[in-house]
Design a protein around this ligand. Structure first.
Ligand code: AMP
Length: 396
């Protein structure tokens, strides 16, 4: 088990806390959604309660160099408002200003470093940059799950140089996702969707070792349907993955996994929100149509599988759920998950956006904050940013 902030001594220590304050900003640098900051408050408050000197670091966007529009100032201001407390912001990341401000910090005070990605050493996990970052603090805490699949200086390199632990948010993500895949109550049902099969193949392969039922929907499904000999019209298909799709379906058989594909589909003549919806059976989609959603019969079959499930993991939409004409399947599956008494884990990205959009945010066990990170965690059972954290010392 990885050490959490409750397992290490933070008393009067300088704590370097990696957070995910990559918040959406409008053109006037106003924060559109401060959820990532609000969710971080329990970890921040706990650290401050230990009379620690808190140094917060995060990335924001993808700056090429130091660009004012990527400054963390709006996040520092918002955090200050939420805590009703001053949050100092350094003008650099590991330069003179940061060093001086970190040195002057008193117990209970907060310093935020400027955007980590203003320094090339961050993404390169550069040794010198890691050392400078580590030199600012006594202890390192990672609470940024969304970047834990990256081997960056602030998510990986610096952890090797300081006593370390994960924060409450990271701990929650690890427990929810690993708890579900390593120790699931059965039946265990996974739903995968989205458009790109190449992104999800490893996840599907790994899930086939664990689940009782695997549901494949979304654009991905048509590569499998074509592999089975179906006519999928203009639906998106990755022809380079047909053989792999066959191998995965063979693996499902071998492992006795109930492998479910859509049997009917809402289709349009073009990839457009205005494309008029017409239903086709999966094996007979007309040549001028493409599947953009699953149909009613598929929903019925998928719902039946979900009804008896005790653990459900969902990653990827069942159709183009951003468009009213093609949101049906995703909405129905989201509803079934929300109604379920199972442990329900929603991977980040589009499925998280869908569960929130359809109003089921509070009806699921866990919504992951990291799309890429949660996929990689499902796939490999760990992440660089987790692996690098020390295990809890066991009492004799
Ligand atoms: P991904 O990034 O691979 O998880 O894909 C998510 C995207 O897949 C969403 O934006 C959906 O609109 C899209 N998607 C879902 N089903 C389909 C489909 N049948 N055809 C094309 N795109 C789809």
């Amino acid at each position: 088990m990885k050490a959490t902030i409750k397992d290490i001594d933070l008393k009067n220590k300088k704590v370097l806390l990696r957070v995910d304050f990559n918040v959406p900003l409008d053109d006037n640098q106003n924060i559109n959604d401060d959820n990532r900051i609000v969710e971080e408050l329990p970890t921040i408050k706990y650290i401050l309660e230990q009379d620690a000197k808190l140094i917060i670091c995060s990335h924001l966007g993808r700056p090429k160099a130091k660009e004012a529009k990527y400054s963390l100032k709006p996040a520092a201001v918002r955090l200050g408002e939420l805590l009703n407390k001053e949050v100092k912001l350094s003008s650099d990341v590991v330069g003179k200003d940061s060093v001086a401000k970190a040195k002057a910090l008193k117990s209970g005070e907060i310093l935020m470093l400027e955007n980590l990605r203003f320094e090339a050493g961050e993404e390169a996990n550069d040794e010198t940059f890691c050392k400078k970052l580590a030199a600012l603090a006594d202890v390192y805490v990672n609470d940024a799950f969304g970047t834990a699949h990256r081997k960056h200086a602030s998510t990986y390199g610096v952890a090797k140089l300081l006593p370390n632990a994960v924060g409450f948010l990271m701990g929650k993500e690890i427990n929810a996702i690993l708890g579900a895949i390593n120790n699931p109550d059965r039946p265990f049902v996974a739903i995968t969707g989205g458009s790109k099969i190449s992104d999800k193949i490893k996840v599907i392969d790994s899930l086939l070792d664990k689940v009782d039922t695997l549901i494949v929907g979304g654009g991905m499904a048509y590569t499998f349907i074509k592999a089975l000999g179906g006519n999928v019209g203009k639906s998106i298909v990755d022809d380079t993955k047909i053989e792999l799709a066959k191998e995965l379906m063979d693996k499902a058989k071998l492992k006795n996994v109930n492998f479910l594909l859509p049997i009917d589909n809402g289709c349009g003549t073009e990839f457009s929100k205005d494309a008029k919806r017409k239903e086709f059976e999966s094996f007979n989609i007309a040549s001028n149509y493409q599947g953009l959603d699953i149909g009613k019969k598929s929903v019925k079959v998928f719902k039946r599988a979900l009804k008896s499930a005790k653990t459900i993991i969902w990653n990827g939409t069942l159709g183009v759920s951003e468009w009213e004409n093609y949101e049906f399947g995703t909405k129905q599956v989201a509803k079934a998950i929300a109604k379920s008494k199972a442990t329900t884990i929603i991977g980040g990205g589009d499925s998280a956006a869908a569960i929130i959009k359809f109003g089921y945010k509070d009806k699921v066990t866990h919504i992951s904050t990291g799309g890429g990170a949660s996929m990689q965690l499902l796939e490999s059972g760990t992440l660089p940013g987790i692996e690098v954290i020390n295990d809890v010392k066991k009492e004799d």
